[in-house]
Design a protein around this ligand. Structure first.
Ligand SMILES: Nc1nc2c(ncn2[C@@H]2O[C@H](COP(=O)(O)OP(=O)(O)OP(=O)(O)O)[C@@H](O)[C@H]2O)c(=O)[nH]1
Ligand SMILES: [Mg+2]
Length: 189
């Protein structure tokens, strides 16, 4: 897919009329700081479309970006952010659950982003269960592979494949953005 337009539409915290527009949505979820916003920017070739940061918990709303006037790319707040405290963690978890359990078939694909160095955590397992229980199709993007050796990357991919054989896993680095096109084709198919 050639990107010819990207536009920030709005940030929402719950249900919103925009979620009823029936445009295909590509959702991006993952623990806080794994690089969700960076992955979106790298896919769209837009450096600061989705705001990124060194501080965790940068994205606190559900941010929607309109791509090629056709798709919504949805940047969800990061889950499992320890410093945010239990209350804020639960609020974010509830926000994500509401997004995925709402009655819609607009969610085309969910991209679950993991930090290659950390791998899969119980927070991710919890989210994958929510996705599977709601019949949402998902792929995994193993981000920040630039921090690992090739051998460590293969090992990390294998570990995930062993636990979730049904999940497609794409090693990736938002920093290098190599192979973005191939993943993008997969998520909009
Ligand atoms: N080395 C490296 N750093 C990355 C990569 N992707 C993201 N980062 C860095 O990781 C930090 C967090 O990136 P964000 O894109 O803000 O992460 P996020 O998942 O959106 O974070 P929240 O919005 O807080 O949930 C930033 O300092 C990024 O520059 C990557 O592929 N490689
Ligand atoms: Mg973010």
């Amino acid at each position: 897919m050639k990107i010819h337009s990207t536009q920030f539409v709005k940030g929402i915290i719950g249900d919103d009329e925009i979620l009823h527009k029936k445009k295909p949505e590509i959702a991006f979820i993952g623990r806080s700081n794994v690089g969700k916003s960076s992955v979106i920017n790298s896919f769209l070739n837009a450096r600061e479309l989705a705001r990124t940061g060194k501080k965790q918990g940068k994205t606190t709303e559900i941010n929607l970006f309109l791509v090629n006037e056709k798709y919504y790319f949805v940047d969800l707040p990061g889950y499992g952010f320890a410093e945010g405290g239990q209350e804020s963690r639960e609020k974010i978890r509830a926000m994500i659950i509401n997004y995925f359990t709402r009655k819609t078939d607009s969610i085309r694909c969910t991209v679950v982003i993991l930090d290659a160095k950390v791998g899969i955590t119980d927070y991710d397992r919890d989210m994958l269960e929510i996705l599977f229980d709601n019949g949402r199709s998902a792929i995994v993007v193993l981000n920040k592979t630039d921090k690992l050796t090739q051998k460590e990357v293969s090992q990390a991919v294998r570990t995930i494949a062993n636990e979730f054989p049904e999940l497609e896993v794409f090693p990736y680095s938002a920093k290098l953005s190599k192979g973005a096109g191939r993943i993008l084709e997969r998520v909009i198919q």
